[in-house]
Design a protein around this ligand. Structure first.
Ligand code: FES
Length: 98
């Protein structure tokens, strides 16, 4: 089920934001105009991934620096990952499939 979580202008390219969809906290990222969504909770100690910096397609957890590819949710360095969600744009709305 696709749920509207933001307007396209809410998240600037190269940035992220924590949004909510049906009670789920989701990290939403804009990588060069393409939106990606993943579970907001870092599997290390629960850091808010939506507040992390983006580096070359990876989000860096703001708490201790674990990294996750925003496309796959996988860590480039360790066998851990977070769930990713499909996104789509309708007009100026960003929707996430939860
Ligand atoms: S909580 Fe994310 S790296 Fe520790």
């Amino acid at each position: 089920m696709f749920v509207k979580v933001a307007k396209t202008g809410d998240v600037k390219p190269g940035h992220g934001k924590t949004v909510e969809a049906n009670g789920l906290r989701i990290a939403l990222f804009n990588v060069d105009g393409t939106f990606h969504a993943m579970d907001n909770t870092c599997p290390h100690r629960g850091g808010p991934l939506g507040e992390g910096m983006l580096d070359n397609g990876n989000v860096i957890c703001p708490w201790h620096g674990w990294q996750f590819d925003v496309t796959t949710g996988k860590s480039p360095f360790m066998p851990v990952g977070v769930k990713v969600f499909e996104t789509k744009i309708e007009g100026e709305d960003v929707l996430v499939n939860i």
